[in-house]
Design a protein around this ligand. Structure first.
Ligand code: ATR
Length: 284
């Protein structure tokens, strides 16, 4: 698709931004739907984050994704924030409104749930039983917001640094219970879903060490880590018969609301999109 003078333009603001898969993802959709638009990487130094975001309306951008280290800065430069962005405390999607003001949204909770709904064998219902969430960083915030809003009856939250988990529990309310990191195997009894939001298991990081013996075999296991796609946690869970969902789908689904707002077309997550993103990641 040729980009004309009328093209709508969006991009991803990050530092570094070279590893971002978003240009490939949105580029795939632009080509698939024949949209006159462009989606570009925007390498913005940490100290230039606010200025770059505030310049988007002046430059005629439709909006942008925001990634590390700018997600919290984005909160403060937006004139309006979605409920999700307020709740999660970070913005990953900027939309330039008709009047040139900046709206901030966070689509990670949407992406997390959409991935499970689409890929869990037999679908996903958060109300089915207690959930165990490992980790208390930015990703865990989105996962907690998603699970609480979707009706999870109880969330057991475990983090190496307990104080970070306590902070999240205070914010997300009485259905969140902090457990010591050392009890990550023991708390699995009677859970319906296990979620890893830590960086453990990622290529180049230590593996997540967890005993799955207490986990009911019907319990769903998902990992936000998608490099490698099949993490040691997912492999161990699948080997004992648990259903598993990998983390790539969350990345793909969280991109949908932004694309729709910027380019006016609701995109689909297809096997071709998945393959394109995996190939760009060097995973064939
Ligand atoms: P993100 O925004 O991707 O969630 P983050 O805020 O850096 O990233 O959070 C990383 C998560 O992985 C945290 O929960 C972190 O635990 P701490 O809060 O104790 O740092 C967890 N993590 C990273 N390395 C870990 C390790 N070696 N053992 C246990 N947890 C680890």
């Amino acid at each position: 698709m040729t980009v004309t003078g009328k093209a709508r333009v969006a991009g991803v603001i990050g530092w570094p931004v070279g590893h971002s898969l978003s240009p490939v993802l949105h580029g795939h959709w632009l080509a698939e739907y024949g949209v006159d638009g462009a989606y570009v990487p925007l390498a913005v130094r940490p100290e230039h984050g606010a200025a770059a975001m505030q310049a988007l309306p002046a430059l005629g951008f439709a909006g942008a994704n925001v990634t590390v280290p700018h997600k919290e800065t984005a909160l403060s430069v937006c004139e309006r924030l979605s409920d999700a962005a307020k709740r999660i405390g970070a913005v990953n999607t900027l939309v330039v409104a008709e009047d040139g003001t900046l709206e901030g949204d966070n689509t990670d909770a949407f992406g997390f749930l959409a991935n499970l709904e689409e890929n869990a064998p037999g679908g996903f219902d958060a109300a089915e039983g207690p959930v165990v969430v490992l980790g208390a960083g930015g990703a865990a915030r989105a996962v907690l917001a998603a699970l609480i809003d979707a009706g999870a009856p109880e969330v057991r939250l475990l983090n190496r640094t307990a104080s970070r988990a306590e902070t999240l529990a205070d914010e997300f309310g009485r259905r969140v219970f902090v457990e010591p990191w050392e009890r990550r195997g023991a708390v699995l009894a009677d859970t319906a879903l296990l979620v890893n939001t830590t960086s453990l298991g990622m290529t180049g990081h230590a593996p997540l060490e967890i005993a799955l013996a207490a986990l009911p075999v019907a319990s769903l296991v998902t990992d936000l880590v998608y490099a490698p796609l099949r993490t040691p946690l997912l492999e161990a869970a699948a080997a004992r018969g648990n259903p598993t969902v990998d983390g790539l789908g969350m990345l793909l689904h969280q991109a949908r609301p932004g694309f729709e707002r910027w380019f006016g077309r609701r995109p689909e997550v297809t096997p071709e999109l998945r393959a394109a993103v995996l190939a760009a990641r060097g995973d064939g």
